[in-house]
Write a protein of this length. Structure first.
Length: 371
């Protein structure tokens, strides 16, 4: 069997790779003792490259698709051939690696632990993010030397963990240096992904890879912070809290009226429930500091407060506040002039009445004696 395997390996002169997987990046062509027949045909398809390894060193690369005849003029580094006494053209020892150069899409990344950052609006926050990225082999020689090794098959998952860790570390550096608020990052995820793609290309080039596209699918805060944001949003939507409270009270009373065991069951009924809701709403509106409504159109103006004053030993009036202002300006009413209105127990000097004391703001006090 060993002799037959060797002969069968020499008779096969087509070297190609038909990839039936979706995750293989590099595949080594199997040959008996790594002997390749001189004059064999190498087929390199679209999105493929072929590399020849001689005695552990990279010898030749075929980076363009096509069919190539493996002979001395095409493989100058492998010009030294071994003799073959059975009539075949002299074979040479080499390993052929096929490299998949297509774009590997939908690779996932995400933060294992929250990233600590200082947000200008929320202060110190813990941030999580996740998304996807796409890569492809850019430099075949660098990729084979620095990543692949000597295995029969190399898949994208074998380097996936390393790339994800590198991306998360770079993501933390970028958002920490940018000082961009969390809400702005969440609102501009596409722009952030493009920016990160540019910043990380050199890191991927170290492995012979190209970061084709990076997508930020989600940026999130801890649940308690998101709940606080939701509460703030609700307050902004609600607007007038007193009216919202009235509405909620009315809704609660309506539900109770519909419940057989609630207010309706006690004989009060739906109408009584709504009446109680209105009363509750009015009380809540008063506690919330809602002002007096404006006058009803066409109704008489509210009556102004009337004051009586004592002038020259006689009762004069009644005067409105504006009429008293005119009397003070004319000098007929002084600070010590006594005044009275309905509800007062005694006559009191005008300067001691809070409603009228301000009328003397622009009137100088009496001159001191001997002046």
């Amino acid at each position: 069997m060993a002799i037959w395997d060797k002969l069968r390996g020499e008779l096969v002169d087509i070297i190609e790779w038909l990839d039936d997987t979706r995750d293989t990046m590099v595949w080594r062509f199997p040959r008996y003792e790594n002997e390749i027949k001189y004059g064999a045909k190498l087929i390199v398809r679209e999105s493929q490259a072929a590399a020849f390894i001689n005695e552990g060193a990279l010898a030749d690369l075929f980076l363009q698709p096509g069919t190539f005849t493996l002979e001395t003029k095409n493989l100058p580094i492998l010009a030294t051939l071994r003799a073959w006494k059975y009539g075949f053209e002299s074979p040479f020892k080499a390993e052929v690696y096929f490299v998949n150069t297509r774009t590997f899409t939908d690779r996932k990344w995400g933060t294992k632990n929250p990233i600590m950052m200082r947000d200008p609006e929320f202060g110190p926050v813990r941030l999580r993010a996740f998304g996807s990225f796409a890569i492809k082999v850019q430099d075949v020689a660098v990729f084979l030397r620095n990543v692949v090794g000597t295995g029969q098959r190399f898949t994208v998952d074998e380097i996936g963990e390393q790339l994800r860790d590198m991306m998360v570390a770079r993501f933390a550096d970028v958002i920490g240096e940018s000082k961009i608020p969390v809400l702005d990052m969440a609102a501009n995820q596409d722009e952030l992904g493009n920016f990160l793609t540019t910043r990380m290309r050199d890191d991927f080039a170290t492995f012979g890879l190209q970061l084709v596209k990076l997508v930020v699918e989600n940026i999130s805060l801890p649940p308690e912070v998101e709940q606080a944001l939701d509460t703030r949003t609700k307050m902004g939507v609600i607007g007038d809290l007193s009216r919202y409270t009235q509405f909620q009270a009315a809704e609660a009373m309506r539900d109770a009226a519909k419940n057989p065991g609630g207010i309706a069951g006690a004989g009060v009924g739906f109408g009584a429930g709504m009446a109680m809701a209105n009363q509750m709403g009015a009380a809540m509106a008063g506690s919330a500091g809602v002002g007096t409504p404006p006058p009803v159109p066409g109704a008489a103006a509210p009556q102004q407060t009337a004051y009586f004053v004592a002038l020259e030993g006689q009762q004069k009036g009644p005067f409105t506040v504006e009429q008293l202002r005119s009397e003070i300006s004319a000098g007929r009413v002084q600070r010590s002039t006594l005044a009275w209105k309905n509800g007062m127990a005694n006559w009191t000097a005008i300067e001691q009445l809070p409603d009228l004391a301000s009328l003397f703001a622009n009137v100088p006090p009496p001159l001191p004696p001997n002046h």
